[in-house]
Ligand binder design. Structure first.
Ligand code: GLC
Length: 567
């Protein structure tokens, strides 16, 4: 294990979600303790010491609430009850106190856009036209011959309207028909969900990740969405339409603001929004005067073409678009996506880790990324994800990225003592936490070193980001805060060797982290020759002639609230 950095840093002015690292636990797949093949809350408790060892600050727990599991917990039938599959409310209380005892935070998944069709609210609502909960959901008459009210499609395929013969109306569901959308134009719905938030805040949770935040409000007139140019106007695919009327309505920001106000009345709590929108629209979720979401998830690295020029453009666009005081964040993966190591390959996943943990803003890790877990090929007959079942020909299943955490090489990978709900990676006896903890050059130890450096150097937690150079292979930037050391990050985003000439010839530094073994601790200066898939973090020696010296990088914009100064 290479050296660790234990410098004192002054982060007192920054809230924890700005300096911290968030780790997403998908509880079904993290740790099973009752041997039913599905992870549970006691399993998360059992692995807290590992997360603490990783120096993770905050755990985001995907839904553990009562649910028929049509969408694996994103279809909730009781917002304040724990599903027996995961444990009990006592287990939850123990989890939160164990998290806090380790000086970590816990945030929950809030799913306010839709409930399960088994939720008592919906069961009530569908009973009759004049029911007191009728207007809690989006009910609408159809056209002649039971044609749906408009052309909106479900994200999981097919029309987003389900005909309900009991009352002769349709209800809207952006996802499964088992997930009816709540009507956020009804103030009673606001109150009910804010009460749910209060319930968990009273249990001292540290915030929420809000599911599909941009879906919450729909066009009042339910107008048809325009089709994407060049697609069949009768298509049944969600992606063939521009969801301009079914998502991202201006009124959503009032709701986000109300959620934020409630959170703030409980202290330093974080509000994160799941929002798949282009940057120009995403930034509105910071809200007027930054009173919206603290962290509207920035998902650009999930879909970016993995090329230096593209990634550089994405960073610059995002940095440039952020509102004054809006805190950035970055994500490489989550439970809805293919894993990063599958998308770009294992060697580049190490470079991606260095990128994620050295960019300006809060990083969110998805469980298993830290050991380089890859997607597991799930045979068609074993697909359980509704998105996979909805689009069998496209192989859209999210199962491959949700397989059990690989802890060790014992049978069932230390995840369980029985067959898991999804099959394990065939190579789990090589790729696992236990092996990697003892291998200094492992992905796990790379993650750990990166997190350690990030947490101990103000340059990374609060410093400015200055782009330095990009070509078809290399992405280079400087991170620097007024206090502490300055760092140059040089990433080769290709498998071939590359050369980078820092703008000033006379610079000197020391390699502090290398994605490949060999250079850590070495002094360095002059042109930098990189192996394929190599990334370097270089601590710059104080003094003139540093690569970020404005004299040598004229015209480069620096972003961040604390512009670097040349010492
Ligand atoms: C979010 C969740 C996803 C779920 C969907 C519907 O996108 O991340 O897993 O299927 O919402 O709730």
């Amino acid at each position: 294990m290479a050296q660790m950095y234990n410098k004192e840093e002054n982060t007192s002015r920054q809230p924890w979600w700005e300096t911290g690292v968030i780790y997403q636990v998908y509880p079904r797949s993290f740790q099973d303790t009752n041997q039913d093949g599905v992870g549970d809350l006691n399993g998360v408790i059992q692995r807290l010491d590992y997360l603490k060892w990783m120096q993770v600050d905050c755990i985001w727990l995907s839904p553990v609430f009562r649910s028929p599991m049509a969408d694996f917990g994103y279809d909730i039938s009781d917002y304040t009850g724990i599903d027996p599959l995961f444990g009990s409310i006592d287990d939850f209380d123990r989890l939160i106190s164990e998290v806090h005892r380790r000086d970590m935070k816990l945030i929950l998944d809030l799913v306010p856009n839709h409930t399960s069709d088994q939720h008592p609210w919906f069961r009530e609502s569908r009973k009759d036209l004049h029911n007191r909960k009728r207007n809690w959901y989006i009910w609408q008459d159809g056209g002649p011959d039971h044609t749906p009210p408009n052309n909106w499609k479900s994200v999981f395929g097919g029309p987003a309207w389900e005909y309900d013969s009991a009352t002769g109306q349709f209800y809207y569901h952006a996802f499964l028909k088992e997930q009816p959308d709540l009507n956020w134009r009804n103030p009673e719905v606001w109150q009910a969900i804010l009460d749910v938030m209060r319930f968990w805040l009273e249990k001292h949770v540290d915030g929420f990740r809000v599911d599909v935040m941009w879906h919450m409000v729909k066009d009042e007139l339910l107008r048809n969405n325009p089709s994407q140019p060049g697609t069949d106007p009768a298509s049944d695919f969600y992606d063939d339409y521009l969801p301009v009327y079914s998502t991202d309505q201006p009124e959503v920001h009032e709701i986000v603001r109300a959620m934020r106000e409630l959170l703030e009345s409980y202290g330093q709590k974080v509000l994160i929004g799941e929002i798949y929108l282009p940057v120009s629209k995403l930034i509105h979720y910071y809200g007027k005067d930054n009173k919206g979401a603290h962290l509207p998830f920035n998902f650009q690295l999930l879909t970016a073409e993995w090329k230096a020029e593209q990634i550089s453009a994405i960073i610059n666009e995002y940095e440039g678009a952020l509102p004054e005081g809006g805190w950035p964040n970055w994500v490489l993966g989550n439970h809805d996506q293919r894993r990063i190591a599958t998308r770009i390959g294992l060697p580049q996943a190490r470079v991606a880790a260095m990128l994620l943990l050295t960019l300006r803003g809060t990083p969110t890790l998805y469980y298993g990324e830290e050991i380089g877990m890859t997607d597991v090929a799930i045979p068609r007959s074993e697909i359980v994800d509704p998105q996979g079942l909805g689009f069998p020909d496209l192989y859209a299943s999210r199962d491959p990225g949700r397989t059990p955490m690989q802890w060790d090489s014992s049978p069932y990978a230390g995840f369980s003592q029985t067959k898991a709900w999804l099959r394990l990676a065939h190579n789990y006896n090589e790729v696992n936490v236990a092996n990697q903890q003892h291998a200094p050059a492992s992905m796990l130890n790379l993650y750990r070193k990166l997190i350690d450096l990030r947490k101990n150097e103000p340059a990374f937690t609060r410093g400015a980001y200055t782009p330095l150079y990009t070509d078809q292979q290399v992405l280079a930037y400087v991170r620097a805060a007024p206090e502490g050391d300055k760092f140059m990050v040089v990433l080769n985003l290709t498998a071939g060797p590359a050369r980078f000439d820092p703008p000033h010839q006379q610079w000197h530094g020391e390699v502090v982290i290398n994605t490949l073994p060999g250079r850590e601790g070495l002094p360095t200066s002059g042109p930098i020759l990189l192996n394929g898939d190599e990334g370097l973090i270089i601590r710059l020696e104080p003094g003139a002639g540093q690569p970020e010296d404005p004299a040598s990088t004229e015209g480069l914009a620096t972003t961040g609230s604390t512009p670097p100064r040349i010492r």
